[in-house]
Ligand binder design. Structure first.
Ligand SMILES: [Zn+2]
Length: 145
C-alpha cells in the first residue's frame, strides 16, 4: 500500500501515513499529538460540504472548479489527480462541479473553467486559470507554502 509523508506541526517529525488513513486523524509517532489530515485524492466538495471541510483542514487547500461539459476540464483531470498525490500531506486538493454548485462558483467569481484557487484558512491566496501540467501546479503551490 502507498504511504505519504505527513510532517508533524508540533515537533517537525516526518511520519509515514498509509493511503487508507486518508482524511482520518492520526498521531505523530514521536510526540503523539494529532497529525494534520492527509488527502492524496481530490475531494469532491459541494455547497453543503465545502465550508466544513475548509474549516477542518489546517493546511493550504487547492480548489479546482470544473464542469462535466467542459472538455478542457476533463483533459485536465489527470493532472489534478497527480498533483493531489504529489501534494499529499502538504496540501489538500478539492474539486467543485460548477454545474451542480453554481452558488459556490459565484462566491469565488468563477467566470472561466478550469480554474484553480489556492486557499489558506478559507482566504484566496492566488488563482491559476486554464489547464496546467501537474508539475506546474505543484511548483505554483510550493511558491506559497
Ligand atoms: Zn510530533
Amino acid at each position: 500500500m502507498s504511504t505519504y509523508v505527513v510532517t508533524c506541526s508540533f515537533c517537525g517529525t516526518a511520519n509515514r501515513v498509509q493511503a487508507d488513513k486518508e482524511g482520518k486523524s492520526g498521531r505523530c509517532g514521536n510526540c503523539h499529538k494529532n497529525l494534520p489530515l492527509m488527502y492524496y485524492r481530490p475531494q469532491q466538495l459541494t455547497e453543503r460540504t465545502f465550508d466544513s471541510f475548509i474549516n477542518a483542514y489546517n493546511g493550504p487547500v487547492l480548489a479546482e472548479f470544473w464542469a462535466p461539459w467542459c472538455p478542457h476540464c476533463r483533459a485536465f483531470d489527470p493532472a489534478v489527480r497527480k498533483a493531489a498525490e504529489m501534494l499529499a500531506g502538504k496540501a489538500a486538493v478539492i474539486q467543485v462541479n460548477t454545474q451542480e454548485n453554481p452558488v459556490l462558483a459565484g462566491r469565488f467569481g468563477v467566470s472561466s473553467i478550469p480554474v484553480l484557487f489556492l486557499l489558506k484558512h478559507g482566504k484566496i491566496i492566488d488563482r491559476l486559470s486554464g489547464a496546467q501540467s501537474s508539475e506546474a501546479i505543484v511548483a505554483w503551490v510550493r511558491r506559497h507554502l
